[in-house]
Design a protein around this ligand. Structure first.
Ligand code: ADP
Ligand code: ZN
Length: 437
């Protein structure tokens, strides 16, 4: 299906790089002063780094500013980082707590408004508009996925189907009966929906889906192809995090060549996670965000722990904003196996590449005789399950070779029966690390 997409806010999204930089500089100057005056932790950090707000003249001075980390949010839980009195906060959202204790973020009315605009831009880039029916199966609640997608879809005037996560049978029934044209959920849940339809022998032509905005967890190009085939839609990536806003901080257009960052509201940088030194566009490193317009709980050089690459070459869609590539992993879900960095997303790509296995897997890491072992438990497809033992041995070998060539690590492959690996309605949990380090 060919979809045409418009641009929600062409004035901003297509602004020249020079204009954008000038806008960012002006906003940065203002926000740094605001943070210094209103958030004690930022004032302490800046004093300790020996930098005063008036020394920040523009984006070129960003590296003089101190970083903020997840631990700062935990230590100041729940209200310590607010820059406004609590009366001005109209919403609390929380991180899903993929890693450790949850954190919460307070939004002013203007913060919710900006976040809504970000998602509206994302859905428009995915071909969305007032004619669309958007089924949202991200969880609603403290997690930003559900409400974030909801607000954006309502903003573009679409018909919203607020399913939230879970209850797969009902999701599938609604998908067919209401005729959703767009789907918003995690890529792992989209896979589950697609596979369930296939098992029920529902032909793809019964669906009216044209595009899906999938995010909240890392996924791969191989997974994109798989989802497009299963669901007959354009599968687009959408990225965000609670600390900065929620989903929609960056979003893919139909060119599918990386996610456009909402740079009028956030300043993105890439650093070397070990040294903290800035890295040029085109190199892989840790993504850092500084919010430029947030009032409630602004973030100063926030270390996302997400690893990716930034691109500033022009996109054929006409938007001039920086793009971020896929998240290859997080510095904190990165497994170090015998000294080699391994990300679950690499394993996913390797497995889908071989065929015969479903994209459901768990990584089990153990330490045996002070050496690390990696086991990849991966599920066979129904067709493969009844295959001959010798053929399955061949599949195992091919998988081990592929994992080795993608990650550089020798892994033990365990083939699991269909449907034996847990499914996830939200973010998938792929790693069991049994090492006592
Ligand atoms: P957490 O997962 O840390 O509890 P959030 O619910 O706010 O917190 O999720 C934000 C995180 O989810 C991001 O920092 C990133 O690691 C991950 N994420 C979100 N969107 C994507 C995406 N499109 N691709 C990969 N990872 C993503
Ligand atoms: Zn584009």
């Amino acid at each position: 299906m060919t979809i045409s997409a418009s641009i929600y806010d062409p004035q901003t999204e297509c602004m020249s790089r020079e204009q954008l930089r000038a806008l960012q500089s002006e906003r940065l100057r203002r926000i740094v002063r605001y943070e210094y005056e209103n958030v004690p932790l930022y004032r302490q950090k800046m004093d300790a780094a020996g930098v005063r707000p008036e020394q920040i003249r523009g984006v070129e001075d960003i590296c003089r500013l101190p970083f903020t980390e997840k631990s700062d949010l935990r230590d100041s839980f729940p209200y310590g980082l607010l820059a406004v009195p609590k009366q001005q906060i109209v919403r609390i959202q929380g991180s899903s707590g993929t890693t450790g204790k949850p954190i919460v973020v307070g939004y002013t009315e203007s913060d919710v408004e900006i976040w809504t605009e970000m998602v509206a831009r994302a859905l428009t880039a995915a071909g969305g508009g007032a004619d669309d029916i958007v089924q949202i199966c991200y969880g609603y609640g403290l997690f930003t996925g559900g409400l974030g997608a909801h607000q954006g879809a309502a903003r573009i005037g679409a018909m919203v189907v607020p399913m939230s996560s879970g209850n797969t049978q009902r999701q599938l029934m609604m998908l067919q009966e209401l005729g959703a044209t767009m789907l918003c959920c995690t890529p792992s849940y989209a896979t589950l929906l697609g596979e369930s339809l296939r098992q029920m022998n529902v032909d793809r032509s019964r669906l009216r889906l044209k595009s899906g905005c999938f995010g909240a967890e890392p996924w791969s190009e191989e997974m994109r192809q798989k989802l497009e085939e299963l669901l007959g839609l354009e599968a687009l990536n959408i990225y965000g995090l609670t600390e900065i806003a929620g989903p929609g901080v960056a979003y893919e257009c139909l060119q599918k060549n990386g996610m456009h960052i909402n740079e009028d509201h956030v300043l993105a940088e890439i650093i070397d996670p070990a040294s903290g030194e800035p890295l040029p566009y085109g190199s892989s490193g840790e993504l850092i965000f500084t919010t430029l317009t947030k009032q409630g709980q602004p973030m100063l050089r926030y270390r996302t722990r997400d690893i990716c690459t930034l691109y500033d070459d022009p996109c054929p869609c006409g938007r001039n904003t920086l793009r971020m590539g896929r998240i290859s992993g997080r510095t904190d879900d990165m497994l170090v196996i015998r000294g080699v960095n391994v990300f679950p997303s690499q394993i996913e790509a390797a497995l889908i590449g071989v065929g015969g296995v479903a994209p459901h897997f768990v990584l089990v890491v153990e330490r045996v005789n002070s050496s690390d072992t990696l086991e990849v438990r991966v599920e066979l497809t129904e067709e493969m399950f009844s295959d001959t033992v010798s053929h399955l041995e061949g599949v195992k070998r091919a998988l081990a070779e592929q994992v080795k060539s993608v990650t550089g690590v020798q892994a033990k492959i365990t083939l699991a029966p269909p449907k034996s690996i847990p499914r996830f309605e939200g973010k998938a949990k792929r790693v069991i690390d049994n090492r006592k380090l």
